[in-house]
Design a protein around this ligand. Structure first.
Ligand code: ZN
Ligand code: ZN
Length: 204
């Protein structure tokens, strides 16, 4: 399948998405509990992971996210990260940590890492790709997909190089929050402190 090279928002040809069109999709600010989706602070999960997003997942934004992930959309991911960093408060952390691609996913690039890279350019906070899915976890979650089921505690692993560091998790879309929560568990086992998460869009 050949994805047409045109902006999913305005239809302009020969661009993946126009910077202004991408910006028009953002501007809805959410600060929510990754455990249950309620606005933060959440009474049910006072120590829950707090996630920020600047758009909702649906309509034309879904097309943009799809183009970003599957249609050589590296530049879109970088632009998303830059926009997020320009609109969200700069976190007091040592590293931005993207959620990993699944093992054997066959994908050429990790969109979460590129989003983190875009934010890194603006915030001057380094990206650390320290997370991996544990072997065998492949079929238990589809990253950013609809079937993101509850994950075992050890679904993800982190290298020890972030030991004692403060980090912000980065992903493209938050659906159930289970991927982010698995990432936080892995970081916690590696003795890193996850101060929060940010995603381009949340599913409502
Ligand atoms: Zn456009
Ligand atoms: Zn909650």
């Amino acid at each position: 399948m050949v994805w047409p090279s045109s902006c999913p928002v305005c239809g302009r040809l020969a661009v993946r998405v126009c910077p202004d069109c991408l910006k028009s999709l953002s501007g809805l600010f959410f600060r929510f509990c990754a455990e249950c989706g309620h606005d933060a602070p959440c009474a049910l999960h006072p120590d829950g992971l707090i996630c920020r997003s600047i758009s909702t997942y649906g309509g034309v934004n879904r097309d943009v996210v799809h183009a970003m992930k599957y249609s050589n959309g590296r530049s879109i991911a970088l632009m998303m990260g830059e926009l997020m960093a320009k609109t969200l408060p700069r976190p007091d952390v040592d590293f931005l940590v993207p959620t990993p691609l699944h093992n054997h996913s066959g994908r050429e690039y990790n969109q979460a890492a590129l989003i983190a890279g875009g934010a890194s350019r603006v915030w001057k906070i380094p990206v650390e790709n320290c997370l991996r899915w544990a072997a065998g976890s492949r079929n238990q979650a589809s990253k950013g997909g609809r079937d993101e089921r509850e994950l075992p505690d050890d679904a993800m692993k982190s290298s020890d190089k972030i030991r004692g560091r403060r980090v912000l998790l980065v992903d493209d879309v938050c659906t159930t929050g289970n991927t982010l929560l698995a990432a936080r568990k892995a970081l916690s086992r590696a003795r890193a402190e996850t101060v929060g998460a940010m995603v381009w869009s949340r599913r409502i």
